[in-house]
Design a protein around this ligand. Structure first.
Ligand code: URP
Ligand code: ZN
Ligand code: ZN
Length: 464
């Protein structure tokens, strides 16, 4: 592999912003310093006026996932390619344990989905649906395979939801094996009753997806998840946190010193329940879980990001086409497959609405999209920062590039954008993964199958 010198850029890490060149040797960063000699390199990239960021890490995607009677429409080929265009060079996706089967078998199924398709590096979390007889030992063997995190659902009864006893046992096991439990925190039993009541009253339109999932059902589940983690002596990571009420639970626990971590997603920061008032069936595009909230929630989430009450921004990328997948729920909102697309737009949206609009510092932006995800999920310092010895996953970011987000030009294999028409300033110009240029000024040079499975370490940043 050739050595590459990126010259004249501004390096941004979670701690510092400084002018420097970056020398890449094969797959790794060899040196970061000012005025590195060009003779050392076989290729030079001029980054004058550009920011040099560590490749983004999206720890919450659902590629090729069977869900809601269909399958999410980006697979590992299209999803990782779209991610790369947006400056994300690592994904952590979710394998699902079908009930009554071994988690280890599900891991094989997901490796097969990714094999020959992924163009960026990826890790896997395991969704636990059933602990059964040997489930706890099964968790240990997954940790040994580098699957150092598990997702448990407190929602979707009859599909993915597990009871408190299962959650508590799983948390207890991670207290020993060092994995991190990711919690989908909504009170599924309560929501189910409200949903059945709504349907009985003939309320079938998409907006009832949002109106049947109250914020209190999220806040209560977050509170319960934290309580169970505290009793078990394990850290816990709350996924796709959507409301001020849930955030207050996380903040209160963190203020008490409990190792609780949480992510939110661009849709909860930038959209609100008004999207659900779109005419006809259009609002089905915004049916995901937890749902969009009232207008006063997003500003609180931004404050949470700034003040470290929230630690990560992921996408929960789970795309379903409007034309032939969302339409499954035309006459019944409960049949609309839950999920929305976004893997390509996370950095653009967070940079523009965070950094440009003065809500986040540049360093905090990097921390939220790359460094903390790497630390919490056992990838640091190989990923998530720019330093000698780290993988050369580098984004040459043009802070002055103007871009309009639209399904007409995006690379996700889905027929709409949740952020259609949003204009942003700041975009990825060159995207490198382990020293290879994947995206160069809008051209794709990546290759399906080059992405590697990442064996992640247990006891990541959640135990520090
Ligand atoms: O609606 C969503 N979020 N779909 C993906 C599955 C999940 O709950 O994360
Ligand atoms: Zn979830
Ligand atoms: Zn999800």
């Amino acid at each position: 592999m050739p050595s590459t010198l990126i010259k004249n850029g501004t390096v941004v890490t979670a701690e510092r912003t400084f002018a420097a060149d970056i020398l890449i040797d094969g797959e790794k960063i060899r040196d970061i310093a000012s005025s590195l000699p060009a003779e050392q390199a076989s290729r030079i990239i001029d980054a004058t006026g550009m920011l040099l960021l560590p490749g983004g890490i999206d720890v919450h995607t659902h590629l090729d996932m069977p869900f809601g009677g269909t399958t999410s429409c980006d697979d590992f080929e299209t999803g990782t390619r779209a991610a790369a265009f947006g400056g994300t060079t690592t994904l952590i996706d979710f394998a699902i344990q079908p009930k009554g089967t071994k988690m280890r078998d599900a891991l094989d199924i997901w490796w097969k989905k990714a094999d020959g398709r992924a163009s960026i590096d990826y890790g896997l979390h395991m969704i636990v649906t059933d602990l059964g007889e040997a489930g706890l030992e099964d968790m240990d063997s997954l940790v040994a395979e580098g699957v150092a995190s598990f997702k448990l659902f407190m929602a979707y009864p009859g599909v993915l939801m597990v009871d408190d006893a299962t959650i508590f046992q799983a948390l207890g096991r991670t207290a020993k094996n060092g994995a991190l439990i990711c919690m989908h925190a909504e009170n599924g039993g309560v929501i189910d009753v409200i949903v059945r009541r709504a349907l009985a009253e003939g309320k079938t339109a998409p907006i009832y997806h949002a109106l049947t999932r109250p914020v209190t059902a999220e806040a209560e589940a977050v509170h319960r998840a934290i309580a169970m983690a505290e009793i078990a002596g394990a850290p816990v990571y709350i996924v796709h946190l959507s409301s001020e009420d849930a955030l207050n639970e996380v903040r209160a626990a963190r203020d008490r010193g409990v190792p609780v971590f949480a992510e939110t997603c661009p849709q909860y920061l930038l959209l609100n329940i008004e999207e659900m008032q779109r005419p006809g069936f259009e609002s089905a595009k915004y049916v995901f879980t937890p749902p969009l909230r009232e207008k006063h929630h997003p500003p609180k989430l931004w404050e949470g990001l700034k003040n470290d009450h929230l630690q990560v921004v992921s996408t929960d990328h789970c795309p379903f086409c409007f034309a032939d997948q969302k339409s499954l729920g035309k006459d019944d909102f409960t049949k609309i497959p839950n999920g929305g697309p976004g893997v390509e737009n996370r950095l653009q949206l967070l940079y523009h609405h965070g950094v440009n609009l003065g809500r986040l510092s540049l360093n905090r932006f990097v921390e939220l999209v790359a460094t903390t995800p790497a630390k919490l999920f056992g990838l640091f310092p190989r990923k998530g920062t720019l330093a000698p010895g780290s993988d050369a996953d580098i984004v040459v970011w043009d802070p002055n590039a103007n871009h309009t987000i639209t399904a007409k030009t995006h690379h996700m294999r889905v027929d709409y954008s949740m952020f259609e028409g949003f204009t942003v300033k700041g975009n990825a110009k060159v995207v490198m993964s382990r020293g290879e240029v994947l995206v160069d000024d809008g051209s794709y040079l990546g290759r399906p199958g080059r992405g590697q499975f990442l064996k992640r370490a247990a006891r990541g940043g959640a135990w520090n």
